[in-house]
Ligand binder design. Sequence first.
Ligand SMILES: CC(C)(COP(=O)(O)OP(=O)(O)OC[C@H]1O[C@@H](n2cnc3c(N)ncnc32)[C@H](O)[C@@H]1OP(=O)(O)O)[C@@H](O)C(=O)NCCC(=O)NCCS
Length: 173
Amino acid sequence: MLHPIEIKQVNISDAAPLLELSRKTFFDAFLHQNNTADMETYAATAFTLQKFEKELGTADSEFYFALIEGNIAGYIKLNYNTAQTELQDTNALEIERIYILQQYQGQQIGKHLINFVIDTAISKKLNYVWLGVWEHNEKAISFYKNKGFEQFGSHPFMLGGDEQTDILMRKSL
Ligand SMILES: CC(C)(COP(=O)(O)OP(=O)(O)OC[C@H]1O[C@@H](n2cnc3c(N)ncnc32)[C@H](O)[C@@H]1OP(=O)(O)O)[C@@H](O)C(=O)NCCC(=O)NCCS
């Protein structure tokens, strides 16, 4: 039986567990398809306590944990207005990151988080939710399509020394 999923906003005091979760889920998701040196180069600047404290303190950025029986199962990062990594459309909401720990994947937690984001965007009268996803992350792309997202563009993304392509996807509300 599936346990209830609780969504809790992450505070600045949770920066250390958020950092640990972010680093772990990132390596679990992408190490098998990428070069370790590129992953480590990226991680050295992306996953530091200083960076996470800054991100948590950024107006218009929000992190949420998904909790199952009080245990952290995953997280999401949302950006509004100028905190969005691009577009910066005041009528849009960006999902910058969504990561579920491997042992909790396939249990509807990602879907629950996406539904939470869509409901939040609707309540704020925004026009669409958008995100960028690595073109080779087929599992996530299928998941987003399943939730009604459609491709509307692409952009380059540097993973260490490897230039990759992110597909931009959007769900109109
Ligand atoms: C992608 C991810 C967020 C999905 O979350 P999840 O909790 O595993 O997915 P869910 O169990 O909520 O699945 C929700 C729906 O998507 C479907 N789905 C999940 N994975 C799928 C896949 N590989 N192909 C097709 N559909 C899929 C499920 O069948 C389910 O469908 P339903 O709504 O009809 O029941 C999660 O697997 C993850 O964290 N992956 C690694 C990190 C990552 O790639 N993040 C995205 C970076 S852009």
